[in-house]
Design a protein around this ligand. Sequence first.
Ligand code: ADP
Ligand code: MG
Length: 292
Amino acid sequence: SVPAAILSALSAAARGGVLFKGGAALETLATVQTFAFDKTGTLTTGRAEVTRLLPLDIDETTLLALMSGIESHSEHPIADALRRAVELRGLTPETVTDVTAHPSEGITGTHASGPIWAGNPRMAARMGADLTHPALAILQDGSETVVYLGRGDVLLGAVAVADQPRATSREGLAALRHAGIKTIVMMTGDRRPVALRIGQALGLSPQEIHADLLPADKVRLVSDLAARGRVAFVGDGVNDAAALARADVGIAMGAAGSEVALQAAEVALLSENMDRLAAAHRLARRTAAIIR
Ligand code: ADP
Ligand code: MG
């Protein structure tokens, strides 16, 4: 039977918006030495904004209509940003079919004009598109995520998308450090300059920031960290379900995250407040001390 101390801790955590799948997850969280965080949708709000548009072969309206058309099939925060940008302008997304998601790269599909894609430099390289157009330089200055749109190997344009840290991310990480967690890392499929802007705003050092990762790279990094002690991975499930599953404790952003995150995780954070995570960790430690 489950000790009364654990049952009461589980219900106290639940009142704070942290749901454990069972007492074992609470006990494991008490022994965690490393916290690894996904960036987009986890440490950041996931409510990205389209900040700049750069149409190359087409006009702005077509750029947005094509991009939102292909992204309407995606649950990535970038897709959400495009959806809101076209709504704001009263535009209608173009119809795109045969859509395939390429995790941490982008998305491909078929439009009446031909095969189109949207994504990062890795996706552009896969399609043979050239990203050296001089007009791209200002967009690539480093602080925003650049999403490219192409048809085959022709680059049609790009948009810049900016996401912001959650208001409580910085204090949440500080509280974990205060509790004695020595290793905290951020992992992202986004480019390093963007990762540095967000990570450093949250008090992370450059060595704690891992960028340009594919989903499998996140899993490998979690495994590397696990060789030195128990690891908790906190993610929203978009491209990080495997890392959530690999960690000793997977912690899913419950309200903002995806269904797959909740399946892969042992803990769900229903609150978007990162302080609640640190509070649940303290509670897990106190409970372990009582039952030991
Ligand atoms: P994170 O690890 O921070 O959560 P992801 O792994 O989800 O980030 O995405 C990494 C990068 O892959 C994004 O910054 C973007 O450049 C590209 N990407 C992923 N999904 C999409 C998409 N649906 N449309 C365009 N680009 C995408
Ligand atoms: Mg994410």
